[in-house]
Design a protein around this ligand. Structure first.
Ligand code: CU
Length: 68
């Protein structure tokens, strides 16, 4: 189990934070995802045996937001 905090550009409202969280939560291995609109971050708890950080970043990018 690991946790990471990613910097995400492009989230402008609570709908955006929900979209990012939900995109991440659909992934196998992601236990928790919490986006902070003001800090422009997403905190993610995930199982490194199932999923890697680059896949988390790709999912956020595919949802239309940019991981810095
Ligand atoms: Cu929005």
């Amino acid at each position: 189990m690991a946790s990471t905090v990613l910097n995400v550009e492009g989230m402008t409202c609570s709908h955006c934070t929900k979209a990012v969280e939900q995109a991440l939560m659909t992934l196998d291995g992601v236990k928790a995802a919490s986006a902070d609109l003001e800090a422009k971050t997403v905190s993610i708890d995930y199982d490194t045996a199932v999923i890697q950080e680059n896949e988390l970043k790709k999912t956020i990018n595919d949802a239309g937001y940019e991981v810095k």
